[in-house]
Design a protein around this ligand. Structure first.
Ligand SMILES: C[S@@+](CC[C@H](N)C(=O)[O-])C[C@H]1O[C@@H](n2cnc3c(N)ncnc32)[C@H](O)[C@@H]1O
Length: 234
């Protein structure tokens, strides 16, 4: 998959050149390219923001530099996303859908008070929010999306089943995990995980997933239950 990131602050994306994402890029599983919107500004001073028509606090990103940056990267396979607190809230299902169905994501990072609305109507396929809070820019949301999507690209994670049992994958949160030593600060690993009976381990893990989800995320638990009942009817 190719991901083009349109930003006024490309240096922020150095954070994507580490660990699993770095390996994915080195192995040509993922191509991430940042594009500096300022390079496309036709303004003498390379300005990319201006006052809001109608007044109000804060600056708005002007349409020309953004439009030209999008034009320079977009092709028929591109899916253009603008990060915005007004967008659809990002979910694991959405992440999976993007990873499986899109070959090229074009990510627009807003700044200041956001971007001129005409860029959204002319160029954007979807607005995505990473949660009900306001950040200073779309750079961190873009990193969140890239990281989450990359995990679904085949061979990026060592174990292809790694995403199957994770939190959210079946509307259940993950079970507790332990590693060595079997006792730490007087806290013991549950015996069932040490006994080597895989059937019992699976049963324990499923019980824990249900218990934790019911307690912490009753909304997800209801979805899981509904799906279970509809599968039983079939
Ligand atoms: C300060 S915010 C603008 C907020 C905007 N005036 C509003 O009230 O909806 C600047 C930029 O940060 C990004 N941003 C902020 N919060 C976000 C969120 N929760 N999800 C996705 N992007 C966000 C967007 O790209 C936005 O254009």
């Amino acid at each position: 998959m190719k991901i083009d990131i349109l930003t006024l602050f490309p240096e922020m994306f150095d954070a994507l050149n580490h660990s699993i994402l770095k390996r994915a890029q080195n192995n040509d599983l993922l191509e991430i390219k940042t594009h500096n919107i300022r390079d496309f500004s036709l303004d003498n001073n390379k300005r990319c923001d201006d006052y809001s028509y109608g007044g109000g606090a804060g600056m708005i990103m002007t349409p020309q530099p953004l439009f030209d940056t999008i034009k320079s990267v977009k092709n028929e396979q591109s899916y253009v996303i603008y990060f915005s607190p007004k967008g659809n809230v990002l979910t694991q299902r959405k992440v999976e859908e993007l990873a499986k169905n899109k070959k090229n994501l074009v990510l627009i990072c807003g700044h200041y008070e956001g971007i001129d609305e005409r860029i959204i109507s002319l160029c954007v396929d979807e607005e995505i929010s990473i949660g009900d809070y306001v950040l200073t820019g779309g750079e961190i949301p873009a990193m969140v999306l890239v990281d989450a999507v990359a995990r679904y690209i085949p061979n990026v994670l060592g174990n292809e089943n790694a995403t199957n049992m994770e939190s959210f994958s079946q509307n259940l949160l993950e079970y507790p995990q332990y590693t060595r030593p079997s006792e730490f600060q007087n806290e013991k690993v549950p015996q069932v995980l040490l006994d080597g009976n895989h059937k019992e381990v699976d049963k324990w893990r499923m019980e824990k997933m249900i218990e934790i989800t019911k307690k912490r995320r009753p909304d997800l638990f209801r979805k899981w239950k509904k799906k279970q009942s509809s599968q039983k009817v079939k």
